[in-house]
Structures are given as C-alpha cells and as structure tokens.
Ligand binder design. Structure first.
Ligand code: DUC
Ligand code: ZN
Ligand code: ZN
Length: 488
C-alpha cells in the first residue's frame, strides 16, 4: 500500500507527550504513525531533527468583521487564513458579529458566503450577540447552534455591544439549554467610560490614556461579576483575553470552587506592556482592549497558562491599519476613544510562544501543543483537529526548532501593514504546513508561496463539547427553588 505522504523521523508532539515516529498521510487524514513505517509515500520527507505538531487552532480572531464603530478590519478571509497558515495555524474560529439592529440569519449567511469564497484553511464561527431579544434567544441562537455554531461572544462594555446582567443571564440560560459556550469580554463599562469622559474632556486624548481608562479593577470586577452570573444558572463560560493578575486569580479561585470557567490569554498580554502604548500617536499600534499591562501581569498570565487557570492561548487578531481606515479615522487628531481597538497576531501567535516559551524552557513542547491547538479543539468541539493521531485530519506543522527569524512586517501575510513585534528575533519556525493532507506552505521548496486555492477551506460544524456541560453546582437559592419544584 502506498500513502500520499510519509514524514519520517520527526519528533511528533502531542499534548500528551513526544515520540520519534514516521507519520503517513492518505487523502485528508493521518493514516499511520509508528517507527519505521513500511509503506512508502508518493512524497517522502526526511524530517529528522524537526518537530511535527498539530497545526494550530486559533479560537479567537477577527476576520472581515465590522466593529461596533462601523470599521471593517484589514484582513479578509483570504489574507487572514493565508497569514494563519504561514504561522503554523490550520484552523481558525473567527466571529460573525450581530450588531443591535441585525437579524442573525442574515449575519450568518453573509459571513458564510464571504468565508466560503476565500478561506484557505478550515474555519468555524462564534456568534457575537448584541441584541438578545426574544427572537434571538428563542429562535436564532438555538438555530445557530443546530448548524454547528456552538459558541457566542458577549460584551460587558462598549455602548453598542454591551449586555446588562439580565441579558447576560438570558444568553447563559440559552447556552445551557442548547449546549453552547459563552465567551465573555469582561470589563466594567462604567469605570472605562467615566474615566474616558473626564480625560478627553480635559484634552488628554493620546493613546496612553487608553491603558489608564481600562483599569485592572475594571477587568477584575467584570470577571467576578460574570462568574457570579454564571453560577446562578450553573452555565460554563470562557473569559477571553485575560490581561491582569486579578483576572487570572478570579478565574483560578472560581475553578477551585468547582465552577466551570475557562480563561484565555493572548500574545499581547505575554509580550507587550502599557509602556508600548506610551509612545505618542504611534502607541495606537499597540492599543487593544483590554490593554497590555506590566511585567507582573505578564508573569501572572504565564502562570495561569501553566496551572490551567488560563486554558487557551489565542491571537485575538484584530487587524487595523495605521491610517484612516483603522487606527486613525481623524488622522493625527484621532483620540484614543476613536481608534479601532486591536492588534494583529494570527501569524506570529505560535512563533512568539515557541520562542519565548519552549525555547526558553518556560513551557514544555506538549504544553505548547495543548495551549495552541489541542485544548482549543476540545473546548470548541473539534475532535478531528488539534492532535497527531490516526484518523484525525492531516492538519500538521513541521517546525525547525533552531531556525531564527527577525520579525519584520514585510515578511508577514496579513494586511495590517505593521506588527507590534517588529525587530524581535524568534527561535523556532514552522517550515511546512499541511491542511487536510495538502501541503499548503513549504518554506523549503517554495519559500513565501501559498499552495492553496482560494475557498478550499471548509466550514467546521462543531460538536457539543464537554466544556459546555454544566458542572452540576447549584447556588443555595437555586437549590431551594429546585426543592420547591419551581422551574427556572
Ligand atoms: N475585543 C476583542 O476581542 N478584540 C478586539 C477588541 C475587543 O474589544
Ligand atoms: Zn473582546
Ligand atoms: Zn477579539
């Protein structure tokens, strides 16, 4: 029997451990794994000295999305997925964004159409819920779940997106009933908008004030509040883009009580600080929400990733150009309240963590795979992704752990036009990437070329995952109601 491809002698890395083995691909799947596989491949690759890992799963990125300010981000489904592939990521889960007056079925149809035309790797969707009215709660969310969109994002801040506590409870209850995960942007709206109003009123409009308004306490308060809400209805939640010591600790403490709350952090909270924002107008290129903090917060995020308080490491790729289309709608008169919020990170997510985590000994190779691929697949219901096992999709990245690359925006494939990580030298780089058995990036034979047709990426119908199953913990009042036979 002949395989399509056999990759020989790499160190194969899974979240469960490493082994030296050959890996055979037939069609779209991994067909065999073992030492010295007897069958040959039409293509044979000598991968001794290299690492073969599951392609990354990036469960938090913004692609061709219109922000609540009406700004379209810089990447479409083609540029974003090409960029992801070059960075060793083979699955993305971006957002379909409902704005307050939008009808969800139309929003979904629109994102589906655009992604199907352009994506070069597989993708799922989360749905941003900005208007949880009866139609949304009773009909549209259950219908979206039926089609494999098993996660929603909600906001506790932003005038045009935020939900009140009662609305959050409605969304949580719907997720509980139908088996979906609620992702939460947790920041206290009042603190941020009150401080921003006072500062802009006094003419303090530079990007550095963005990091001041989004206080650490605003993140901590909102995380604690949404955990309390989730406990009322015993519904799992995932806090996205956690940036503070206090936020990590709130999640850790809740998890110790048995609450099912997952945390996520992102490159900007491990590798940037508020000092990066404090450089005049150019600080806009480092502005995201929540903002990067300080070295102690970076340390807390690393610790959270190590001990499980933070379950996943995602890019939160939110690409906006440093011009009137994104960061500077009013040129050099733009205030920090008017800039688009977000930084790019799809392509460098994995190399940054590899270089600063694995190459420095902070995390192990299996932890790297767990944080960048396997846990995303587990939490978001993608059993065919995130693992190098027989029968899984052949989504693979072959890494050269010694390759050194000095980052420059011109070598990246997204449309942002800058990177917050320019000038850093990273060690470890993905040199070949397969998506469902197709070699789509080959930095050895065809450096810089993408060998993937527009639209080859497939929509992933996601399954219900264990992460969505309620913990079975009742707060005393809800337990009392249950005893009295009162339905909630
Ligand atoms: N939240 C995100 O997840 N990304 C960009 C901006 C924001 O508020
Ligand atoms: Zn957010
Ligand atoms: Zn985001």
């Amino acid at each position: 029997m002949m395989h399509d491809t056999v990759i020989r002698g790499a160190t194969v890395v899974n979240a469960t451990g490493c082994e030296t083995a050959d890996v055979a691909i037939s069609g779209e799947r991994i067909a065999a794994i073992g030492p010295a596989l007897p069958a040959s491949g039409r293509t044979e690759i000598d991968a001794r000295g290299l690492l073969l890992m599951p392609g990354g799963v990036d469960s938090h990125c913004h692609i061709e999305q219109i922000s609540s300010f009406g700004i379209l981000c810089a990447d479409d489904f083609h540029s974003a997925t090409v960029s992801a592939a070059f960075g060793g990521t083979t699955t993305v889960i971006p957002f379909c964004a409902q704005h307050r007056t939008d009808h969800i079925p139309e929003v979904l149809a629109d994102y589906h159409r655009r992604a199907a035309e352009k994506a070069v790797i597989d993708y799922g969707f989360h749905l941003i819920v900005a208007n949880p009215d009866e139609q949304t709660i009773g009909t549209d969310l259950p219908a979206a779940i039926e089609t494999g969109i098993r996660s929603f994002k909600i906001f506790m801040t932003y005038d045009r997106m935020r939900l009140h506590d009662e609305q959050i409870l409605d969304v949580l209850m719907t997720a509980r009933r139908h088996g979906a995960l609620v992702m939460v942007h947790a920041e206290n709206h009042g603190i941020i908008s009150w401080l921003a109003g006072r500062l802009t009123g006094q003419g303090h409009v530079a990007p550095r004030y963005h990091a001041i308004c989004h206080t650490r306490s605003s993140e901590a308060e909102a995380i604690n509040r949404v955990i309390a809400l989730a406990e009322v209805v015993d519904t799992p939640i995932l806090i996205v883009h956690v940036s503070t010591i206090e936020g990590v600790e709130a999640i850790r403490a809740a998890r110790r009580r048995g609450v099912k709350v997952y945390g996520e952090t992102c490159p900007q909270y491990l590798f940037l600080t508020a000092k990066d924002i404090d450089r005049g107008l150019e600080g806009a290129m480092f502005c995201c929400s929540p903002p990067p903090r300080d070295e102690a917060a970076q340390e807390a995020c690393w610790q959270g990733l190590k001990d499980g308080a933070l379950a996943v490491y995602s890019s939160d790729h939110a690409p906006y150009r440093y011009d009137a289309s994104g960061k500077l709608p009013k040129g050099d008169k733009t205030t920090f309240k008017e800039m688009a919020n977000g930084v790019p990170g799809l392509e460098l997510r994995l190399p940054l963590l590899f270089s600063n985590g694995v190459a420095t000994g902070r995390i192990t190779l299996p932890e790297f795979v767990m944080l960048t691929a396997t846990r995303h697949a587990e939490i978001y219901g993608l059993p065919q992704k995130g693992r190098v096992v027989v029968g899984a999709d052949a989504d693979l990245a072959l890494w050269d752990p010694e390759r050194e690359v000095t980052v420059d925006a011109s070598m990246l494939h997204d449309n942002t036009g800058y990177t917050p990580y320019a000038g850093r030298t990273l060690r470890g780089w993905p040199i070949r990437v397969w998506s469902r058995g197709e070699l789509i990036v080959d930095q050895v034979a065809a450096p810089g070329e993408i060998a993937a047709a527009r639209g080859r990426g497939r929509f992933l119908v996601r399954e219900r995952s264990d992460a969505t199953v309620p913990a079975g913990l009742r707060i005393p009042e809800m337990a009392q109601l249950a005893q009295w036979g009162v339905e909630t």
